[in-house]
Design a protein around this ligand. Structure first.
Ligand SMILES: Cc1ncc(COP(=O)(O)O)c(C=O)c1O
Length: 363
């Protein structure tokens, strides 16, 4: 008897099957062996006390649906940044908000440029929208190659995604270069500036939304997952000109932002002092981690995020294996380098033990 594989129910199904799965560690397998996870750029601190209290308070209301369009979150963001609600888009995480814009603006025949290596979800979300993704390699210094982006942007290019501070290198795009680049882009191209890690950059003013006014085809993408430490709750947002923002709201999956997430995000804005001192903790831990790695003969890049990048090239996986051996999981980008999230003292001690065992990168 011959067996033949069942055909895909649709051409789209066949296309989806070919997509790479999102790379991640299995959260259920994270801790049984005592391994500390520094592979996901999470905040290594527990929620603010007021957020934890709100979660307890709202726990017995989960039989009720949340607001389908997350108006509490929408207005909280608009109030906090003193911007009109018509310029705000919210969603269950900034990855979801990016998807909302991709679904609203891009489809078959459109091209989306994004930096690479970059956030693993970019190629996936672009493909899910049916558009064609074109990765634009970073420079050898781990920076965006803006001239290469400009050279590739043509009539088919619908969107350019930039990320600053950049995941995984932690480098940021200098303001002057960014503004010159945006001003020279053809008007049919929308730029999404992914600012998931912006709050960790002490030199950035997070309340400055001028880019949206300077070039109205610009979307600023933000999240509560990183600096606010709400990754497990899913709340993200974006700023854009009113016509663009209206499109980003159209594609929000109704009820996808939970009440727990809305409340926690709103409360997070009410505690600016606690927030600022946590950011300071992360920045000084980042400095210590870099100094420790340098003392072991490695060359981490100056990072503006809550993570550190070691450009180890072909030795990336060997370092990640050494780290796992020392009880800490880091993210290897094969052939490129290793990204290490900023963690607590014990996690850093293990990373430095791994660095010592690892020896020189070429060894
Ligand atoms: C650059 C970048 N953008 C966006 C996200 C998505 O974050 P979230 O969907 O949790 O807001 C991440 C998460 O790691 C990221 O690294």
């Amino acid at each position: 008897m011959t067996t033949s594989r069942a055909p895909h129910p649709s051409a789209r199904g066949a296309e989806l099957t070919r997509l790479p799965a999102y790379r991640s560690t299995d959260p259920t397998a994270q801790h049984p062996d005592g391994v500390i996870d520094l592979a996901n750029n999470e905040l290594a601190l527990p929620p603010l006390p007021a957020v934890a209290e709100s979660l307890r308070h709202n726990a017995d209301r989960v039989n009720r649906y949340p607001d389908p369009t997350a108006r509490t979150l929408h207005h909280a963001v608009s109030r906090h940044f003193a911007t009109g609600p018509e310029q705000v888009v919210v969603g269950p995480g900034s990855g979801a908000v990016l998807q909302q814009f991709l679904l609203a603006l891009c489809g078959p025949g459109d091209e989306v440029l994004y930096p690479w290596p970059g956030f693993d979800a970019y190629p996936l979300l672009v493909a899910l929208a049916g558009a064609r993704g074109t990765p634009v390699p970073l420079t050898a210094a781990g920076e965006h190659d803006l001239p290469a982006f400009a050279a590739k942007a043509d009539a088919r290019t619908r969107m350019v995604i930039l990320c600053s501070p950049h995941n995984p290198t932690g480098r940021r795009i200098p303001q002057t270069e960014l503004r010159e680049f945006l001003a020279a882009l053809p008007p049919h191209v929308v730029t999404v500036l992914d600012q998931a890690y912006l709050e960790f950059d002490e030199e950035e003013d997070t309340s400055d939304l001028d880019l949206v006014h300077a070039r109205p085809r610009t979307v600023l993408l933000r999240t509560f997952s990183k600096a606010y430490g709400l990754a497990g709750l899913r709340a993200g947002y974006a700023f854009a000109a009113p016509d663009l923002a209206a499109l980003g709201r159209r594609t929000l999956l109704p009820f996808s932002v939970t009440r727990l997430a809305e409340q926690a995000a709103q409360i997070s804005h009410d505690h600016p002092q606690q927030f600022a001192s946590r950011l300071e903790l992360v920045r000084s831990a980042r400095t210590r981690l870099c100094e420790g790695l340098r003392a072991e003969g490695l060359a981490p890049l100056r990072s503006y995020g809550n993570f550190v990048w070691l450009p180890l090239g072909a030795a990336a996986e060997r370092f990640a294996a050494a780290a796992l051996g020392a009880g800490v999981r880091v993210r290897a980008c094969p052939g490129e380098g290793v990204r290490i999230s900023v963690g607590g003292d014990e996690a850093h001690r293990r990373v430095l033990t791994a660095a010592r065992d690892f020896g020189p990168p070429g060894g």
